[in-house]
Write a protein that binds this ligand. Structure first.
Ligand code: UD1
Ligand code: UDP
Length: 439
């Protein structure tokens, strides 16, 4: 198998590193491409070094620019590269413009796309990421959903569960493996995280355009965090730094501005923090994995599992709301320890291995290819029916009906292979014939 892995920003490098390692272990060579969306050492190169990855084979050097520029310029070059390299599968992760470019370029060349972290939805189309991940999912042949909920999001949009694999999130693999490395490095150097020492502090990160490109919103958030009074370490994304400078916004004295941190330093900083305030996607996940209470400075999240697990709260973006919702986390010890004790909903840290194995197995069975469906014997139908008797399996008996989703006592369930359906359960099914549907 000849995979092409496209990783172009810091979270993509982090979350695809377990997949790269799993391929290395299996002696599968892969082509590593970056579109060059993140180009500064502090957002890209240092992550390659910290994670001990090899340098990309190709850098498209698309750089910064508008949404349309970044997406289209990368797409044109990716298409050329894919034609030249003829990969068997293009692997992308997450929801950046580079992911959208890669998925569109590949699918139109009929190269199967494997989307890692498929099915996340904030249901907020103002976010560029919501558009990117939704389109990428619909271009994909293989969808690696981290949780059952993300799998159900995909099914609800019409994607066949046969194409969805619930594998956990590779962030767990990366966090667990690299935290150990980060701890050892800290022990050896004896210096504090990122070169300085703290006892009790909060961490702040901000980079979503909805928050930082809106002057009023950004100053409101900074005002609220300044009023918290606690020591806050703020490794600042260049997008945000540029905006603070442009607006001449001066954060309170309790906020320590730092350059973006290397991955290992940041993991240590986060793991030892009292709590984190963030609008990042990956940090919401890492916080719950590391048992650090998370306060999300947004009104939506595509990671509701973290909130349901009890480790994350949505504080909104209004200064009053932020203060009102953050105070209890910091001052009510019962709530604080409850948040700290929240379980990790993103799996066991073996997602990278699973992804590599599933792709290799599909390839060996000749399933890693794209072909048109054959509807000459019937139409594809999607219907909701009620099971009339106990049934087992995702493909129900000899009926040829594929179970897409089960609704049991009003709750949606993903149809795993060992599915057992009770009489009375509601099934959402597809069928390609018109006369087999009597259950
Ligand atoms: C991008 C992704 C976002 C992801 C984030 C990870 C999109 C739409 N956004 O946001 O989903 O969460 O990466 O961090 O794909 N800049 C530099 N140096 C760099 C790169 C960027 O200074 O190496 C500055 C430039 O001023 C640039 C700005 O940061 O205009 C924004 O960069 P961009 O890649 O467009 O978006 P991010 O905010 O990083
Ligand atoms: N991160 C880092 N240094 C920093 C800030 C974040 O290494 O100064 C890491 C963090 O551990 C997480 C990832 O970057 O894994 C999150 O990236 P970001 O918040 O930029 O993107 P998102 O996850 O929102 O797409």
């Amino acid at each position: 198998m000849k995979p092409m892995i496209v990783a172009s920003t810091r979270p993509e490098v982090i979350k695809l590193s377990p997949v790269m390692r799993a391929f290395d272990k299996r002696a599968v060579g892969y082509i590593f491409v970056t579109t060059g969306q993140h180009y500064d050492d502090s957002l890209f190169g240092s992550f390659i070094k910290d994670l001990e990855l090899r340098n990309p084979d190709y850098d498209i050097k698309v750089g910064s620019g508008s949404q349309a520029y970044q997406t289209s310029a990368a797409m044109v070059e990716l298409e050329k590269l894919m034609i030249k390299e003829e990969p068997d599968v293009v692997i992308v992760q997450g929801d950046t413009n580079s992911v959208l470019s890669s998925a569109l370029a590949a699918v139109k060349l009929h190269i199967p796309v494997a989307h890692v972290e498929a099915g996340l939805r904030s249901f907020d189309k103002i976010m560029p990421e919501e558009i990117n991940r939704t389109v990428a999912d619909h271009c994909s042949r293989v969808l690696f959903a981290p949780t059952q909920r993300s799998g159900l999001n995909l099914i609800n949009e019409g994607i066949d569960p046969g194409d969805i694999h619930i594998v956990g999130n590779t962030i767990v693999d990366a966090t667990l493996e690299n935290l150990e490395i980060a701890r050892k490095r800290l022990d050896q150097t004896g210096r504090g995280v990122g070169g300085f020492k703290y006892s009790k502090y909060l961490v702040l990160t901000l980079h979503r355009p909805e928050n930082v490109d809106d002057p009023e919103r950004l100053s409101g958030i900074i005002e609220a965090v300044s009023k918290l009074g606690e020591l806050v370490v703020f490794p600042i994304h260049p997008r945000t730094r540029n905006m603070l400078e442009k607006l001449r916004l001066r954060p309170g004295k309790n906020i320590l501005l730092r350059d973006p941190m290397g991955y290992l330093d940041f993991l240590m900083l986060l793991s030892m923090a009292e709590a984190v305030l963030t609008d990042s996607g990956g940090i919401q996940e890492e916080a719950v994995i590391l048992n650090v209470p998370c306060i999300t400075l947004r009104t939506t999240t595509e990671r509701p599992e973290t909130v349901e697990a009890g480790g994350n709260i949505l504080a909104g973006v209004d200064p009053g709301d932020i203060l009102e919702r953050t105070w209890p986390v910091l001052n009510d010890r019962t709530l604080y320890y409850k948040m700290k004790g929240a379980g990790n909903p993103f799996g066991d840290g073996r997602s990278g291995e699973r992804i590599a194995d599933i792709l290799l197995e599909m390839e060996s069975r000749g399933e890693l290819e794209m072909k048109s469906p054959d509807f000459t014997e019937g139409f594809l139908e999607r219907r909701v029916i009620r099971a009339g008797r106990t049934l087992e399996g995702k493909t129900v008996g000899s009926t040829g009906l594929n179970v897409l989703k089960v609704i049991e006592d009003g709750k949606e369930r993903f149809p795993f292979k060992d599915l057992r359906l009770k009489s009375g359960d509601i099934l959402v099914i597809t069928s390609t014939t018109r006369h087999r549907e009597r259950l």
